[in-house]
Structure formats: structure tokens, C-alpha cells
Design a protein around this ligand. Structure first.
Ligand SMILES: [Zn+2]
Ligand SMILES: [Zn+2]
Length: 264
């Protein structure tokens, strides 16, 4: 299995996952051209993508899906609430490429098993995903205000996890965002802070094989990559968890493909 974050952050998200035969994207929240160029940068052909799985309808997750689906005839998978909410933003999509999936369901795409789970976020039907193939699994969980038991149960056994480390609480509180937006981000259905991301990692590390955890969906305004990394590291150190021993921590890049991980 191969996992690669093409882009991650408040300005647009897309994650590529492939197995021996299946190739999927989780979200395509940048213009189609940008996704095209990121895929070719990692040696993948966009016309071979078997499906795009949507987490929720916010534009940083769906911006490119209409273009990609029409250009390469790619099926789009989302739950009914998300389809209803994004219908007007994605343009015309071929009937056969509109795939409505149930919440908490598992969908097979070639030799990939894609399982969705609920996340608490201010969108119509927000979901995270765990993708399995041949006994290995990877998870993507971003855009959630609270680290719930359901998220934990769904991601804790994955070898690779992309987890949200959205903001520094002080930067957000004293930063330029209007008060209602600050309140929304800090709410239980907003975004996960660096500190809470660290706590979530402590919660999912079970002492088995060290996991690869990628911090993603960083805010451009209320975070810095170094600050996110250091804050999470501090929480881990406080809990006697060592980066490089118990966990391998990296950051997903906002502007280019990163965290290219091969699982054998
Ligand atoms: Zn987002
Ligand atoms: Zn969102």
C-alpha cells in the first residue's frame, strides 16, 4: 500500500492511497489542475484513479472533484447529506459517477476496503476514512472539534494516520479572525488544536509497532508547522512517548506532495 498526502491544510486537501490494484483519493479540495500536477509529481496517472471519497462539503475538500470526475470519468463517493450539500458546488456529474454511500459503511474498490466513520464537524454529514488492503491500513481524520471514541476505534489500529493539528489556541484567540469564527473553530464541531491532537495521539498509541502519524490540515493563519510539531511533541514527551521510538511523527505539506509512505 502507498499513502501520500498531495496537499493538506485549510487551503485545500487531497490524499492519495493505492494498493496493488486500487487507487483512490480522499477529497480533492484544490483546482483539478493542481491535483493533476501533484499526481504526476508522484508518478501517478489521474486517469487511473478508481474513486474519490469525500469527507464533507467544505470547499477545501471538494473544489476539484467536478473537474476531475468529468475529465477522467471518476466515480465520487459521498453520503447522501454531503451530496445534497455539495450538489450546487460541483457542477454536473455523470449519473453513474454519483455514488451514494451509507454512513459507517465499508466500500470495496478493487482490493481496497474503504470504511467510513462519523466525525463531529459543522458540515452536513462529515466522515473520516480508514482504508485497508492485505492486512494493512491507513486512516485520515481531519476537520473535527472533538476526538471521539468513534474516531479512536476506527483509526487506532492503522499503521499510518493523518490527523488534524489545526491551530494553536493562543494564536487563534488573539489572531485576526472575527469572534464568531473563533468560537466555531474552538467548538466541539470545529477543528482540533495542536494540543488536543497531541492528546489524541497519546490516546491511540497502544504500545504495539510504532505508528506513522502525520499532522495535517494546519491553519494558515492560526498555526505554524514548527509550532504544531513542537506542541504535539511536548504532549508526547509529557506522557513518556518518544518520537522515533514509539511513534514516527511528520507534517503534511500545504503546498506539495509529502509523507509518501510505502507499507509492505
Ligand atoms: Zn477542511
Ligand atoms: Zn471542514
Amino acid at each position: 500500500m502507498i499513502f501520500c498526502s498531495l496537499y493538506s491544510g485549510s487551503s485545500g486537501n487531497s490524499i492519495f492511497v493505492r494498493s496493488d490494484s486500487g487507487k483512490v483519493l480522499i477529497d480533492a479540495g484544490l483546482p483539478g489542475k493542481k491535483i493533476d500536477s501533484a499526481l504526476s509529481e508522484i508518478g501517478q496517472n489521474p486517469s487511473e484513479i478508481d474513486g474519490i471519497f469525500i469527507t464533507h462539503e467544505h470547499s477545501d475538500h471538494i473544489k476539484g472533484i467536478g473537474v476531475l470526475s468529468r475529465k477522467y470519468n471518476i466515480p465520487i463517493y459521498a453520503n447522501e447529506a454531503t451530496w445534497n450539500a455539495m450538489e450546487n458546488q460541483v457542477g454536473k456529474i455523470k449519473e453513474e459517477n454519483i455514488r451514494i454511500i451509507d454512513k459507517r459503511s465499508t466500500i470495496e474498490v478493487k482490493d481496497l476496503e474503504v470504511k467510513c466513520f462519523n466525525i463531529p464537524h459543522d458540515a452536513a454529514g462529515p466522515m473520516g476514512y480508514t482504508i485497508r488492503s492485505k492486512g494493512k491500513s491507513v486512516s485520515v481524520a481531519t476537520d473535527f472539534g472533538t476526538f471521539t471514541e468513534e474516531i479512536k476505534e476506527n483509526i487506532k489500529d492503522s499503521e499510518v494516520i493523518l490527523l488534524e493539528s489545526n491551530h494553536d489556541i493562543q494564536m487563534l484567540k488573539y489572531g485576526p479572525y472575527p469572534y464568531p469564527l473563533k468560537r466555531r473553530i474552538l467548538s466541539e464541531i470545529g477543528h482540533l488544536s495542536n494540543e488536543d491532537c497531541g492528546k489524541a495521539i497519546v490516546d491511540i498509541l497502544t504500545g504495539d509497532e510504532p505508528k506513522k502519524i502525520i499532522l495535517g490540515h494546519l491553519s494558515n493563519t492560526n498555526n505554524h508547522p514548527d509550532l504544531a510539531f513542537q506542541t504535539v511533541l511536548n504532549v508526547l514527551n509529557d506522557n513518556n512517548i518518544k518520537d522515533g521510538r514509539d511513534v514516527y511523527l511528520t507534517l503534511a505539506d500545504r503546498h506539495k506532495p509529502s509523507s509518501y509512505i510505502e507499507l509492505k
